[in-house]
Ligand binder design. Structure first.
Ligand code: ADP
Length: 251
């Protein structure tokens, strides 16, 4: 009797795994097709416009078209990078290369890299005397960038995004707080799932693929850190911690 039971259980497990794989496949397909198509359509459109022989465009107009082509190409590159990172994380093949570095310095560099239209909204509150931590600098930079980008994307255009760092016993902590709608409590774990978007339509029009937070979680966990979201009333507060002595630099 117990044998039958076990077989039933295995069957049940297989089906759920199949379902999960199916769900992932369709999420992947719909994201990739939408996220690839939109920039490709823009690139093709502007390139054809520039190539049209019957119209002469002003230099200003030409620049505008070329900028759109360049921006959309960057968006495609980011999507491909995200998909690669995601599949490395899933396969357990993510390797990190750590250096001892200041989270405050990295935060300042990431904020610098935002364009003028956005970095006016970013306020930073770095803790004085924050000890350096072992980190994969580009990866943690990506996490900080993702959190700031989300804060900007999902909150009113004039609302600030506030980033603070602090030391708490053997951890350094960074939190990013915005003044948008926040994340409903029951979805606060889900937002770290790959391809998960609270409001698909809204997130997509904001240029999202639902991978940023899943990748951020993978990167932080590879450092033995944690990442979570809480209510900032109003707004969302995303926080991650990195252990001060957590890694010996080999990853
Ligand atoms: P996306 O590329 O869609 O932004 P993310 O993984 O970064 O993907 O975020 C997943 C979803 O979580 C988003 O689509 C959005 O619905 C929600 N989200 C993320 N950050 C915020 C935020 N700061 N405020 C409100 N919703 C957010």
């Amino acid at each position: 009797k117990s044998r039958t039971r076990r077989r039933t259980w295995q069957l049940w497990q297989d089906i759920t795994q199949d379902k999960e794989v199916d769900r992932m496949k369709s999420a992947l397909l719909s994201t990739v097709s939408h996220e690839l198509r939109t920039p490709l359509a823009t690139i093709k459109g502007f390139a054809s416009t520039l190539l049209a022989e019957d119209v002469k465009w002003s230099v200003t107009a030409q620049r505008e078209f070329l900028e759109a082509i360049s921006n959309e190409s960057d968006r495609l590159t980011r999507l491909v990078q995200n998909l690669l990172d995601m599949s490395r994380i899933e396969a357990g093949m993510l390797t990190i290369q750590c250096e001892l570095y200041s989270l405050n310095d990295l935060l300042a560099e990431v904020v610098q890299s935002f364009t003028n239209t956005h970095n006016g909204r970013i306020r930073t509150y770095p803790a004085p005397d924050l000890p350096p931590v072992w980190m994969d600098i580009p990866r943690i930079g990506t996490v900080i960038r993702n959190l700031i980008e989300n804060g900007i994307k999902y909150s009113p255009a004039d609302a600030p995004v506030e980033i603070a760092t602090v030391q708490q016993s053997d951890m350094v902590i960074l939190s990013a707080r915005d003044h948008g709608p926040g994340i409903p409590t029951e979805l606060q774990d889900k937002v770290f799932d790959r391809f998960f978007q609270v409001e698909k339509g809204l997130s997509r029009s904001a240029g999202g693929s639902g991978l940023g937070l899943a990748i951020s979680k993978g990167f932080i966990e590879a450092h033995n850190g944690k990442i979570w979201v809480s209510d900032a009333d109003p707004g969302a507060m995303f926080t991650f911690s990195l252990p001060i002595d957590g890694l010996d630099g080999e990853g």
